[in-house]
Write a protein that binds this ligand. Structure first.
Ligand SMILES: *[C@@H]1O[C@H](CO)[C@@H](O)[C@H](O)[C@H]1NC(C)=O
Ligand SMILES: *[C@@H]1O[C@H](CO)[C@@H](O)[C@H](O)[C@H]1NC(C)=O
Length: 351
C-alpha cells in the first residue's frame, strides 16, 4: 500500500514538471495530427480523382496520345524549317505527339525523273515520319492571289489546326522558330478554346496577341465559325487580318535569350529570315549594337555574339537536317521597304 502511494506521488510530481507537460502536449498533438491525416486520407479516396487539378506533366491522368504539337508547311522552304523544329523537339524529347499539315498536292513518294531519287520535298516528308515520328496530315491549301490574300491564306492554313478534331489539344508552333527547351507543360494550361502568348513589347493596356504559338482545343463548331469569319473577311477585303490573329511582326529582344527562354521566333526584319543569306552591309548595319559596359567603359558585345551564334547554329542545323536542295539563298531587300517607329517593315507587313 505504501509502495502504491509512493509511486502515485512520484507520478503526480513528475506530471507537474513543465518538461513533462510539454512532452504530453507534443504527444497529444502528434497523435491528433496522425488521426486527422489518416481520417482525411480515407475521405480523399472517396473523392473522384478528376477533382484534383493536374499540376505536373508527370501526372498519370494525362493522355499524351491525344495531345499534339502541330506545324503546317506550305512551301519547301518552310518544310525544311519545320523539320528543323521537329529535330529540336526530338533531341529535347516530348511526351506529346507530333503532326504536320502539308499541301495535299505534294507526293511523299515523288521521285526525280533524272536521278531516280526522291525529290527534296518527298525526302523531307519521309524523314519527318521515320526520323522524327511525325504524323503527316495532307490539307487543301487556299488559292493564293495577291498580297492580302496570301496573308489570309496563311492565317487560314494555320487555323486548320482547329479542324484536327481527333485530338484533345494541339500546340501550333511557327516553323521559323527554335525550340530550346521542352514545352510539354503548356498542354496543362486551363481548358480554353484558344490560348496565345502576348507580345512582350506591347503597351501595358490592350496587349496584342502573338500567333507564333497557339494552344488550340480542336472543335468542329469553332472551326466552322472561323471558316465563316474568314469567308466574310475575304469578301469584304478587309485589311486588318493582323488584328484578328494578333500581331505577326516580332522584334528581336536579346532578353529572350536568357536561359529561361524555351522558344524563340526569328523576326529581325530587315535582316532576312535565317534561311536567307543576309548581305554583309545589311548585317553590319542592323545587327545588335555593342553597348558600353559599366566597367571601365569597356565594350559589351554579348548581345551581338549570342545573336550571331543563333544564326550560325541555324545554318548548321539546316545543313544537317535538310541536306541538299535547301541551301541558304541570297535575298535582296525589296526596294520599297518602309521605315516606321524606328524600324524597317516589309511592304507586306504594312497594310
Ligand atoms: C487568281 O488570279 C488569276 C490571275 O490574276 C485569276 O485568273 C484567278 O481566277 C485568281 N484566282 C482566284 C482564286 O481568285
Ligand atoms: C476538316 O476535317 C474533316 C474531317 O477530317 C475533313 O473532311 C475536312 O476536309 C477538313 N476541312 C478542311 C477545310 O480541311
Amino acid at each position: 500500500m505504501a509502495g502504491y502511494r509512493y509511486y502515485s506521488r512520484r507520478v503526480k510530481s513528475l506530471a507537474s514538471t513543465p518538461s513533462f507537460q510539454v512532452i504530453a502536449v507534443c504527444l497529444g498533438l502528434f497523435l491528433g495530427i496522425q488521426w486527422v491525416l489518416r481520417h482525411n486520407h480515407d475521405g480523399d479516396q472517396a473523392l473522384p480523382r478528376a477533382a484534383r487539378p493536374i499540376m505536373s506533366v508527370e501526372d498519370d491522368r494525362i493522355d499524351w496520345s491525344k495531345l499534339y504539337y502541330v506545324q503546317y508547311v506550305t512551301s519547301p522552304e518552310y518544310l525544311c524549317n519545320a523539320l528543323m523544329v521537329w529535330s529540336e523537339i526530338e533531341e529535347i524529347g516530348s511526351r506529346a505527339q507530333r503532326v504536320m499539315m502539308y499541301p495535299s498536292s505534294w507526293d511523299p513518294n515523288e521521285v526525280d525523273e533524272i536521278n531516280l531519287r526522291l525529290t527534296p520535298v518527298a525526302r523531307l516528308l519521309q524523314a519527318a515520319v521515320s526520323d522524327y515520328f511525325v504524323k503527316l496530315q495532307p490539307i487543301e491549301v487556299l488559292h493564293q492571289n495577291g498580297t492580302a490574300e496570301k496573308t489570309w491564306a496563311d492565317s487560314y492554313t494555320k487555323l486548320l489546326a482547329f479542324n484536327l478534331t481527333e485530338f484533345d489539344r494541339v500546340l501550333a508552333i511557327d516553323s521559323d522558330s527554335v525550340v530550346l527547351q521542352n514545352l510539354d507543360e503548356l498542354f496543362l494550361l486551363p481548358e480554353a478554346p484558344l490560348a496565345m502568348p502576348f507580345v512582350y513589347w506591347g503597351e501595358p493596356q490592350g496587349w496584342q496577341l502573338s500567333s507564333q504559338m497557339m494552344l488550340i482545343t480542336p472543335s468542329a463548331d469553332a472551326f466552322s465559325k472561323i471558316e465563316a469569319a474568314i469567308r466574310e473577311a475575304k469578301k469584304d477585303e478587309r485589311k486588318n487580318h493582323v488584328a484578328y490573329l494578333g500581331s505577326r511582326s516580332q522584334k528581336w529582344d536579346p532578353d529572350t535569350m536568357k536561359s529561361e527562354a524555351k522558344f524563340l521566333h526569328f523576326s529581325d526584319y530587315p535582316i532576312p529570315k535565317p534561311w536567307m543569306r543576309a548581305p554583309k552591309d545589311l548585317l553590319n548595319k542592323h545587327m545588335p549594337k555593342c553597348s558600353q559596359s559599366e566597367w571601365f567603359g569597356a565594350t559589351d558585345c554579348r548581345d551581338r555574339t549570342i545573336w550571331l551564334k543563333l544564326y550560325y547554329d541555324f545554318a548548321m542545323r539546316r545543313k544537317a537536317v535538310c541536306g541538299p536542295g535547301f541551301e541558304l539563298q541570297s535575298q535582296e531587300l525589296p526596294p520599297d521597304s518602309i521605315y516606321r517607329h524606328g524600324r524597317w517593315f516589309h511592304p507586306d507587313e504594312v497594310g
